[in-house]
Structures are given as structure tokens and as C-alpha cells.
Ligand binder design. Structure first.
Ligand SMILES: Cc1cc2nc3c(=O)[nH]c(=O)nc-3n(C[C@H](O)[C@H](O)[C@H](O)COP(=O)(O)OP(=O)(O)OC[C@H]3O[C@@H](n4cnc5c(N)ncnc54)[C@H](O)[C@@H]3O)c2cc1C
Length: 264
């Protein structure tokens, strides 16, 4: 069973206070915040590695990202993936979800002989939930989204999918694409053997030319989405810091709230 996991590096949520919007390019400035594996992509890696353990096959992890993403790909190898590919090219800059899916689908096609594609249900930063279903559409395979439990019998996948009204169980034949919610499993941490394997496995880089994609199909040129505006919403309520000793601050707060003090 050959499985591909699509893994997006996202800004570390513990450092989101440092994230800034660039008003000129209308993009997130990611340079000051270190990246981590998108949390739901950890669940996708866990599921892929667990499925592979049941028989022969490979787990390949792919990212479309800048060169620094080799670090997160190495971590995915250490978690048990067999091969890692980084799709990195200056031409990919400004990609919307469709241009991203087009690159990932082209890489999956180039790998060939893929039975299952695993994604997170959404990324922590963009959160459109579009990339997985778009890859499936481009590859012309079925997709099951928001999966909270998955089993495989023969060539048939059985998945419990979270829906607005509850949950639905679907079955479909391979090849297929699945996007995972966090309830599906508890992702493993990298083992020492995994870390050593990651060092020897290395990461293969592919450019737009390697994927057979023209400049018109990738990056800003290949993106039908047009960003009209991006801004930090004003705080809904203005905070006010009270100063002084605790009893002075308490008295000031009572006054501001218009409360009467009870004689003690
Ligand atoms: C006009 C426009 C320009 C943009 N320009 C930039 C830019 O210059 N730089 C930039 O960083 N972002 C840019 N973005 C954001 C970019 O479109 C999204 O980061 C990207 O399309 C993924 O969408 P998402 O985060 O909503 O993924 P979702 O659909 O929420 O992600 C679902 C799953 O898809 C997979 N996935 C998503 N993205 C990747 C990836 N890159 N590699 C591997 N797997 C992936 C993961 O499994 C993930 O869990 C731009 C967006 C727009 C609209």
C-alpha cells in the first residue's frame, strides 16, 4: 500500500503573538515565527504510518513550501515516513489553494502508483479546507473529509466522517484521498531510530520544471483568488489597565462598574 501524506508547515501557534500582516503584499509575515508541522497533518502521518505497518508499502510525505521546511519534513521522516519531497521554487510564491493543490497533485502523479492520499482537514493558518478536496478533484479520485475513524478491508476504505448534524459512515474504493480531524488518533512522537533514519533518508527537492508545470499554472499566476484586502480587526472592546494597590484597584473597579459598596 503506497500512501502519500501532504504536510503543511505552519507558524508555531505558541508564537502567534509575533505574527504580523504585511500591508503591501497582503500576506502573513512568517519570517519571525518558527514553523511546525500543521497539527492535523500529524494525525494524517500517524494514520498513514499505522496503515503501512499492516503490510508492505511506503509512506511518502510532501510539502509545498520554502527550503526551511526540510526541518518539518525531517521530523515527519522521524515519525515513520519513508520518503520526503519538498516542492520548492520561487515561482510557487503567492499560490492560492488551487495553485497549491495543482503542485501537490502533479507531485503525486509523478510519484505514481499511489493508493491513498492523507491530508489534515484544515491548516492552522489558512484554514480553507480546500486543498485536500481540490487534490482529489485534480487526480479524479474520491475524497472523504473530516474523518474521525478509518479502517481498510481489502481495497475498501470505511470512514466515519464528522458532519454538521453528527456523523456519517462512508465506504469507498482505493485510490482515494482522506482528510483527518484530530479525533482520529493520537500522533506519535519521533523515536531515536526514526531520527537516525531521517538523517540517512534526506529530502528530495522538486521544482516547477520537475513537476512539468508552467509559470501560468503555479504561484500568483496560477491563482484565481484575488486578495482585495487583509487587516487585523479592531479589538471589539477596549481594555483598560487599573493601577495602584489591590484595594485601590478594587475600589476603582467598583466605581467603574457603578456598584454600591456594602458596609462590612
Ligand atoms: C492570493 C493568495 C496568495 C497567497 N500567497 C501566499 C504566499 O505567498 N505564501 C504563503 O505561504 N501562502 C500564501 N497564500 C495562502 C495559501 O493559499 C495557502 O497557504 C495554501 O493554499 C493552503 O491553503 P490552506 O492553508 O487554507 O490549506 P487547507 O486546505 O486548510 O489545508 C488542508 C490540508 O491540505 C494540505 N496542505 C495545504 N497546504 C499544503 C502545502 N503547502 N503543502 C503540503 N500540504 C498542504 C495539508 O494536509 C493540510 O492539512 C496565499 C493565498 C491567497 C488567496
Amino acid at each position: 500500500m503506497n500512501i502519500v501524506v501532504c504536510m503543511k508547515p505552519v507558524p508555531d501557534p505558541r508564537r502567534w503573538g509575533k505574527l504580523k500582516l504585511d500591508p503591501r503584499t497582503m500576506l502573513l509575515r512568517r519570517d519571525e515565527v518558527p514553523a511546525v508541522i500543521n497539527p492535523l497533518d500529524r494525525n494524517a502521518i500517524e494514520q498513514a504510518v499505522a496503515l503501512r505497518a499492516a503490510g508492505p508499502g511506503t509512506v511518502t510525505v510532501i510539502s509545498m513550501a520554502p527550503r526551511e521546511a526540510e526541518e518539518q519534513l525531517a521530523e515527519a521522516l522521524a515519525m515513520g515516513c519513508d520518503r520526503a519531497y519538498l516542492l520548492s521554487d520561487a515561482a510557487f510564491a503567492g499560490a492560492d489553494s488551487l495553485a497549491t493543490a495543482r503542485c501537490l497533485a502533479a507531485a503525486i502523479r509523478r510519484l505514481g502508483d499511489v493508493d491513498l492520499v492523507c491530508c489534515g482537514s484544515y491548516s492552522l493558518d489558512g484554514s480553507t479546507s480546500q486543498v485536500g478536496p481540490q487534490i482529489a478533484e485534480l487526480l479524479d479520485i474520491p475524497d472523504l473529509t473530516h474523518v474521525t475513524a478509518l479502517s481498510l478491508q481489502g481495497g475498501t476504505l470505511r470512514a466515519r466522517c464528522a458532519t454538521e448534524g453528527g456523523e456519517t459512515v462512508y465506504e469507498c474504493e482505493l485510490p482515494a484521498l482522506v482528510t483527518f480531524d484530530k479525533e482520529v488518533n493520537v500522533p506519535r512522537t519521533a523515536s531515536m531510530t526514526g531520527i537516525m533514519r531521517a538523517v540517512s533518508a534526506g529530502v528530495t527537492c522538486w521544482t516547477a520544471a520537475d513537476l512539468g508545470l508552467s509559470p501560468a499554472e503555479v504561484g500568483l499566476g496560477g491563482s484565481p483568488t484575488q486578495m482585495l484586502n487583509i487587516f487585523t480587526p479592531p479589538a471589539a472592546r477596549k481594555g483598560e489597565m487599573l493601577e495602584g494597590s489591590p484595594s485601590q484597584m478594587a475600589a476603582a473597579l467598583v466605581a467603574k462598574l457603578g456598584l454600591r459598596r456594602h458596609a462590612s
